[in-house]
Write a protein that binds this ligand. Structure first.
Ligand code: E4P
Length: 217
């Protein structure tokens, strides 16, 4: 499973990239607003922090303007992945962009039928929003299960990019189902390493080592 950081905070991305665990980054207009930075400038900086895909989202709602925005965004760096919404105009844009080899992430996916359309449009990634389903009392994992089944039924190469992840259990469940990618807030990526018994074990080893009076270095 690939791990993408769901943030436009370059300090956090840099820190994660240094762990060697980061495979890409996703942003959206809300995350760009939260960063307080210029969209193109921060996207360029992020693209320099990872070799993996960096999703940059169009904000237009019509196909023609989406194409013009995508033209600007994909010039920022070779690893820019154009993010488009799951609407008919977004899917049309996806088809056009993927025809000439541009990576596309179709976002705001909330149903398996929408995911089927995104795959038919040739999307590189499709982003089902797990947490927002959960927020509305629906188990978002059922969507990931349905998508895995449908994509495997027809051999679609579109990657399932589990998004709107809120906690480590979401990551575990998505990995068990076989989502190709999980995009997570950096704090969730770090939380995957946490276990109370790891901490307790370390405290015991550190205390016992101190009693030996030895040093490795
Ligand atoms: C990622 O591509 C999505 O934009 C993001 O995961 C949405 O997450 P949220 O529901 O926490 O805003």
């Amino acid at each position: 499973m690939k791990f993408f950081a769901d943030t436009a905070d370059t300090a956090e991305i840099r820190e994660l990239a240094e762990t060697g665990l980061l495979d890409g980054v996703t942003t959206n207009p809300s995350l760009i607003a939260k960063s307080g930075r210029d969209f193109k400038e921060v996207t360029k900086e992020i693209c320099g922090l990872t070799d993996g895909p960096v999703s940059a989202e169009v904000v237009a709602l019509d196909h023609e303007t989406m194409m013009r925005e995508a033209e600007v965004l994909r010039k920022i760096a070779d690893n820019v992945c154009i993010k488009v919404p799951l609407t008919i105009d977004g899917l049309k844009t996806c088809s056009k962009l993927t025809d000439d080899g541009t990576m596309v992430n179709v976002t705001l996916c909330f149903s398996a039928n929408q995911a089927l359309l995104a795959a038919k449009a040739g999307a590189t990634f499709v982003s089902p929003f797990i947490g927002r389903h959960d927020d509305n009392g629906i188990d978002g994992m059922h969507l990931i299960e349905d998508m895995r089944l449908i994509y495997d039924n027809y051999g679609f190469e579109t990657q399932i990019l589990a998004a709107s992840i809120r906690h480590a259990t979401h990551v575990l469940q998505a990995a068990k189902i076989g989502a190709d990618v999980a995009t997570m807030p950096p704090k969730v990526i770090k939380a995957l390493a946490d276990h109370v018994l790891t901490q307790k074990g370390l405290e015991g080893f550190t205390a016992d080592w101190a009693k030996t009076g030895q040093s490795i270095l």
